[in-house]
Design a protein around this ligand. Structure first.
Ligand code: 3H9
Length: 696
């Protein structure tokens, strides 16, 4: 006789003869919040106490097995029972327990599976230990049980990369025992029956010994000390995995302490802000509602940007019509796209057998009229207003009614572009970041007349392209480049006043940026900034201290960075070395300007640079260019290489506090009152004791 009962709202038990099924039903992702933990513990304890059932099978309802601990509970006082204790109770169950996992079994979700006595994956399953992406480490036995089942290198790989392991690989490595097709409940019943029939073996993972591999542990520890000295949890992961040599109680205690210590770090707070921020940017009303079709996209311009955008669309399965004005430009565009797609194949982002089909979705043409059939067109030609005006005027005549007309401009006025058409409601900015098929940020720029469904279509496109779409209003540079234009001057002033470009870069790399601003300049091409400075020369405020002297002279020598072999650094293969001729240029400029160089500590470099960034970011929020502080944070995480563990410039600002920031600005303003001005919003926050987080 079958009988069912609820243990609590989220956990139920179903008895079918000797079989007891435990179902977890906690949408959307079955996270192990307090009720799930308590319900699971009670269910296993009750079944063991009652007797009767000879095998237990755990499965989950909905689109996925358990996606891990409930991240929303992190940072709050922990509520018992603790997850590792619940999993130990499951592992210790006298009645054998199997688990059936579908969708994604991540973090605590996969750790639940590891604590059961046999694991069945449903086809399409991916398992992983992504805690590192939250500034944490697996805290419910992952570092103890994965090495016992799959060895130390696999445990280190999973916990340090956070990658999702496909089911087949999980099967081959011994992380799951079987891979099957079907509905999780049906598979759970069949697996339980197999246990009863002796066809599926069960065992306690912690009865196994971790195969010794000191070399892998040592090698990884050394690599991390070199590459990630400032990160907390990666080093703890190695320690915890090493502890899997010990009996369960001792190993779990070491893992637990490391988990609790990681939970207390600002790195954890920053990365969890990043996790929710990535989702929050599209949680606004502007991103929702009706959208227009996105069945075919037109891209105008086959340069680096246009080709990257086209690649991104093709990889997302959207057919692309690529328009260029001349055959050689078109050929170059097609060649770049082909190279990008081949790169995606070699990086494992695209299956090799799909390559030709993906490239087959590209229609290159010199005839702009071909854009009559596209649903959305993205113009990605060079940044000249008269060229854009001309293109949008033509698009107005060619494109079908209702087609969305987008410009990839990085600073021009979308309203002026929209005004060249008879349908300004269909026009918006879609600002991609280079390389567009790799960088995840997409600024979605709202014009004065952009229709609601056009804006929502921008967000729908971002989602299709797996990008992080952030709403921005029109201004020079939108959110990201406007803030960049401001704080990059701080780096130049530091160099004028006494720091070397390398010291600035080293200090900021120590802070967590992948590359300091001078290395980034060399990589992007110093000529880009040079062109911008020339463009703005006539409108420059005469009271502003000019920041471009050194960079201008570097460019006048024809040194544009990596592409010319020289910039702030010299590139001759191997690691870049500081360009000695730049040191001479800096000396000359200082002498001409009567500057006596002074020493800067690395901390002062970081403080000035970050305070400049935060100041302009605060203004961007204040004047509504960005809707909320979290939008600015996500722009910097996904478009500007801002260290994820710091959460973004305004999350970082909250860790310093508005009062301290205002104090700093006032001190710096004594040297340069034009550049260093306290944004009113920051002044007010300092007075009220509020934080940027309060404005999200
Ligand atoms: C952990 O497990 C620690 C343990 O080792 C030890 C503990 C002692 N909690 O991403 P989506 C929400 S650490 C709470 O849009 P998808 C998410 O915010 C955890 N909420 O869907 C969103 O809410 P909303 C380790 C969560 O299909 C909704 O669910 N696990 C959690 O694109 C849908 O999410 C991870 O790091 C959670 N754990 O992707 C896995 N997860 O609709 C994190 C999601 O209000 N999760 N939400 O915006 C993911 O990677 C993806 O969500 C997943 C689904 C791949 C599962």
């Amino acid at each position: 006789m079958a009988e069912s009962r609820q243990v609590n709202d989220l956990i139920s038990i179903e008895r079918q003869g000797d079989i007891a099924l435990i179902c977890i039903d906690n949408p959307p992702v079955n996270a192990t919040g307090q009720q799930v933990r308590e319900g699971l513990q009670k269910a296993v304890e009750q079944l063991n106490a009652e007797g009767g059932a000879k095998v237990i099978a755990i499965y989950a309802a909905g689109r996925t097995f358990v996606a891990g601990a409930d991240i929303k509970e992190f940072g709050k006082p922990p509520q018992p029972p603790a997850l590792p204790d619940v999993f130990n109770i499951i592992e210790d169950s006298e009645i054998p327990v199997t688990s059936v996992m579908h969708g994604t079994a991540l973090g605590g979700g996969f750790e639940l599976g590891l604590a059961t006595h046999a694991r069945i994956g449903i086809e399409g399953l991916r398992v992983g230990l992504p805690e590192i992406n939250l500034g944490l480490l697996p805290g419910a036995g992952g570092t103890q049980r994965v090495p016992r089942l799959a060895g130390i290198p696999m445990a280190l790989d999973m916990a340090l990369s956070g990658r999702m392991v496909p089911a087949q690989e999980a099967l081959e490595k011994g992380l799951i025992d079987r891979l099957e097709a079907g509905d999780p409940r049906d598979v759970a019943i069949a697996a339980a029956q197999d246990v009863l029939d002796g066809k599926l073996q069960t065992r306690r993972t912690c009865d196994l010994d971790t195969p010794k591999d000191d070399a892998a542990l040592e090698e990884t520890a050394t690599m991390l000390r070199k590459k990630q000295p400032h990160m907390f949890s990666p080093h703890k992961i190695v320690e915890a995995v090493r502890a899997s040599y010990l009996p369960r109680t001792e190993g779990m205690a070491i893992e637990r302490q490391a988990f609790v210590d990681s939970m207390d770090t600002p790195q954890r707070a920053g990365m969890i802000h990043a996790f929710f921020g990535e989702r929050a940017v599209s949680g606004i009303p502007e991103a929702k509602g009706d959208t227009r079709p996105l069945d075919r996209i037109g891209v105008i311009g086959g340069g680096t940007m246009g080709s990257g955008i086209a690649t991104s669309c093709l990889l997302a399965g959207i057919p692309v019509t690529l328009v260029e004005v001349a055959q050689d430009g078109l050929d170059r565009g097609v060649a770049t796209i082909t190279k990008n797609i081949d790169g995606a194949v070699s990086r494992g982002k695209l299956a090799a057998d799909k390559r030709d089909a993906v490239l087959g979705m590209l229609t290159p043409t010199l005839a702009m009229e071909e854009l009559a059939r596209v649903d959305l067109v993205i113009e990605a030609v060079f940044e000249k207003m008269d060229v854009k005006r001309d293109i949008f005027g033509k698009l107005d005549g060619i494109c079908k009614q209702g087609a969305v007309l987008a410009s990839n401009t990085s600073y021009l006025d979308i309203n002026e572009i929209a005004a060249c058409t008879s349908r300004p409601q269909d026009v918006l900015g879609l600002h991609f970041f280079s390389p567009a098929h790799v960088m995840r940020l997409l600024e979605i720029v709202q014009g004065e007349k952009t229709a609601a469904d056009v804006l929502a279509t921008g967000f729908a496109l971002a989602k299709k392209l797996k990008k992080v779409g952030v709403l921005a209003q029109v201004c020079d540079g939108f959110i990201g480049n406007r803030i960049l234009a401001h704080y990059s001057k701080a780096a130049s002033y530091l160099v004028l006043d006494g720091a070397s470009p390398q010291q600035v870069d080293d200090a900021l790399e120590g802070f967590g940026f992948a590359m300091g601003p001078h290395k980034v300049g060399d990589l992007a091409g110093l000529d880009i900034g040079w062109m911008t400075r020339k463009r703005k020369a006539d409108t420059r405020d005469p009271n502003e201290r000019y920041a471009g002297d050194v960079a201008d002279r570097i460019c006048e020598n024809g040194w544009f960075g990596r592409k010319t072999g020289k910039g702030y650094y010299v590139y001759e293969g191997g690691a870049p070395v500081p360009n000695p001729e730049v040191a001479t240029i800096i000396d000359t400029v200082r002498t001409e300007k009567g500057i006596t160089p002074r020493e800067f500590t690395d901390q002062e470099i970081i403080d000035r640079y970050m305070t400049a960034m935060i100041s302009e970011a605060a203004r961007v929020v204040e004047d509504g260019t960005a809707k909320r502080p979290v939008d600015v944070d996500m722009v910097f995480l996904f478009g500007y290489g801002f260290p994820r563990f710091r959460g973004g410039p305004l999350h970082y600002a909250d860790t310093i506090g508005a009062a301290e920031l205002v104090e700093r600005i006032k001190t710096y303003a004594k040297e340069d009152p034009h550049y260093w001005q306290v944004p009113p919003i920051l002044e007010k926050m300092a007075q009220d004791g509020t934080k940027f987080a309060d404005l999200n």
